[in-house]
Design a protein. Structure first.
Length: 446
C-alpha cells in the first residue's frame, strides 16, 4: 500500500517531547472516535435499509466479508450502531470525540432513552475501567429485575376454559412469553395449513358467494381447533427434534431433473412447493424411488438411500469445514450438488460443496450461481452475474488518512484537542454499589 512509507517510525523523541507525543495520541484518538460515530451512522442506515441482504445472512456477516472484521467485532459494531439510533446523546458525545468508542460500547449495553443522560454523565466522568464496572453492576440490577418479572409471569400463568349459557366455550388465559411464542407459531402454522386447504378446494369448485371470508379471529379459532385435533390424533408427544422438522417431498422425476418440466412437487400434507425448492431439499436427503404405473399405482419401491453416503459426507466436511459461500463459514451445513444428481451430476467430492441452509436457498431459489474452476476453486456469482470474491479488494487510501480526518473535522467545525476525551475523575475511589443505587431507576434502596 502506498501509505505505508509515510508511517516509518520517526527517530526517538527526546524526553521533553513525550508530553507532545501523548497529546498527539489523545488528539488523534478523539478524531478516530469522531470518525467512528460517522462509521456507525453509515452502518445503521445500511443495516436498516437491508443493503447487506444480497446473499449475506446479516449485516455483521457482510461487514466481516467487506471490511475484514472478525464476526464478533462486526456483530458488536452493528449492535452499537443500532443502539445509538435510539440514544442521540451518546451518539453525539461520540461524534464530538468526547467519549471513546470503548465507553460507548459498554454504555450501550444498558442505556435506554430514559437512562441515557445519567449514563452519559458517568461516561464523561469515569475511566473506561470504571464504566465497565458500573455497567456490570447495572446489568446485575437489570437481571434481578428481569428474574423477578419472569417469576411473576410464570406464577401468573393460567388458562380458564368454561361454557357460557349458550354452551359456547370461552377461553381466557395468560402465558409466559416463550410459551406464548410457541402457541403463536403453532397457530400460524395451523392457519397456513387451513389456508392452503381452502385454496385447493376453492380451485376445485366455483366460489360460494354466501360464504364470507373468515375474520382473523375466526381463523385463529379454526387454527386452535386443528391444533387440538392434531394433538389428539398423533398423541401428545413432542417427538425427537429430527422427526419434528422432517419434511417429505413427493416429486416427479422429470420435474426434479428440470425445473421447467411440468410435474408434481408436493409436501406430505399436499402443500405444493416450487420445483427448485424440491431440488434443494433433494440435494442432501434420504431418497426412496417409487415407480408408478399409468394409473398411478405404486409398482416398485426401492430401498431408502442417502443421496450423499456417510463416508463421502465425512470427507466433504473434512474438506469444506463450513459453508463455502463467501464470508459465511457457518457450521450447520448441507451438501449441495453443483450439478444436481437428478440431472446426472455425480455424487463425488468435486461435484459437492457444503452450504448453510440460508446459502443453499440462495443458490437454488435466489439465482446465485456456483461452479468449480478447473483448479478446484469454487466461484460464486450474484444473480446479475457479478463475481463474489472470497475477499473483496480493500479500497485504496489516498494521501495521509490522518490529515484527511483532520481536514474533514475542521470543515465540520469540530474542535478536537488532547483534552477532549479526558474523564473528570480526580482519583477518588469508585463505589459501584453506591453508584448503581443512585443511578439505576429500579434500584430499591434510594
Ligand atoms: Zn443444492
Ligand atoms: Zn452460508
Amino acid at each position: 500500500m502506498a501509505i505505508v512509507s509515510q508511517f516509518v517510525p520517526a527517530p526517538p523523541h527526546p524526553f521533553a517531547d513525550l508530553d507532545r507525543l501523548g497529546d498527539e495520541i489523545a488528539e488523534l484518538s478523539a478524531h478516530l472516535d469522531a470518525a467512528t460515530a460517522r462509521l456507525l451512522a453509515l452502518i445503521r442506515e445500511f443495516d436498516a435499509r437491508g443493503g447487506w441482504n444480497t446473499g449475506f445472512s446479516s449485516c455483521a456477516a457482510w461487514l466481516g466479508w467487506r471490511v475484514g472484521l472478525d464476526l464478533g467485532a462486526a456483530r458488536e459494531r452493528v449492535r452499537v450502531a443500532r443502539a445509538l439510533g435510539t440514544l442521540p446523546r451518546l451518539a453525539e458525545a461520540l461524534a464530538c470525540g468526547e467519549i471513546s468508542y470503548a465507553k460507548v460500547r459498554a454504555l450501550t449495553r444498558v442505556a435506554t432513552p430514559e437512562t441515557e443522560t445519567r449514563l452519559l454523565a458517568v461516561g464523561r466522568a469515569g475511566t473506561a475501567a470504571h464504566i465497565e464496572r458500573i455497567v456490570r453492576g447495572w446489568r446485575r440490577m437489570d437481571r434481578q429485575a428481569e428474574a423477578r418479572q419472569a417469576t411473576r409471569q410464570h406464577a401468573d400463568r393460567g388458562l380458564h376454559v368454561y361454557a357460557d349459557e349458550e354452551g359456547t366455550v370461552v377461553l381466557r388465559g395468560r402465558l409466559a412469553p416463550e410459551v406464548g411464542a410457541l402457541l403463536i407459531r403453532a397457530l400460524d402454522a395451523a392457519r397456513e395449513t387451513l389456508y392452503q386447504r381452502a385454496r385447493v378446494t376453492a380451485g376445485a369448485s366455483p366460489p360460494d358467494p354466501t360464504m364470507a371470508a373468515p375474520t382473523r379471529a375466526q381463523q385463529q379459532a379454526d387454527a386452535l381447533a386443528l391444533l387440538a385435533e392434531t394433538a389428539l390424533h398423533h398423541g401428545i408427544d413432542p417427538g425427537a427434534p429430527g422427526e419434528r422438522y422432517q419434511v417429505v417431498v413427493h416429486v416427479d422425476a422429470p420435474a426434479l431433473a428440470d425445473p421447467d418440466e411440468p410435474g408434481q412437487s408436493v409436501l406430505e400434507d399436499g402443500t405444493r412447493v416450487s420445483a427448485e425448492t424440491s431440488r434443494r431439499l433433494a440435494c442432501d436427503a434420504s431418497r426412496v424411488v417409487m415407480r408408478h404405473d399409468l394409473d398411478g399405482r405404486v409398482v416398485e419401491v426401492a430401498a431408502r438411500t442417502r443421496t450423499i453416503p456417510p463416508a463421502l459426507r465425512r470427507a466433504l466436511h473434512h474438506r469444506d469445514r463450513g459453508c463455502r459461500f463467501p464470508g459465511c463459514g457457518r457450521r450447520f451445513v448441507q451438501g449441495h450438488h453443483i450439478r444436481h444428481w437428478a440431472q446426472g451430476g455425480p455424487t463425488t467430492l468435486s461435484n459437492l460443496a457444503l452450504l448453510c441452509r440460508r446459502h443453499h436457498r440462495a443458490v437454488h431459489e435466489e439465482g446465485y450461481q456456483l461452479d468449480r474452476q478447473p483448479d478446484g476453486e469454487l466461484r460464486f456469482r450474484s444473480p446479475d452475474g457479478q463475481l463474489l470474491p472470497e475477499v473483496p479488494r480493500a479500497p485504496e487510501v489516498h494521501g495521509d488518512p490522518v490529515n484527511f480526518l483532520r481536514a474533514r473535522h475542521d470543515a465540520e467545525g469540530l474542535v478536537l484537542h488532547a483534552r477532549t476525551a479526558t474523564p473528570g475523575w480526580l482519583g477518588e475511589r469508585l463505589d459501584v454499589g453506591w453508584a448503581i443505587d443512585v443511578l439505576h431507576p429500579l434500584a430499591t434502596r434510594n
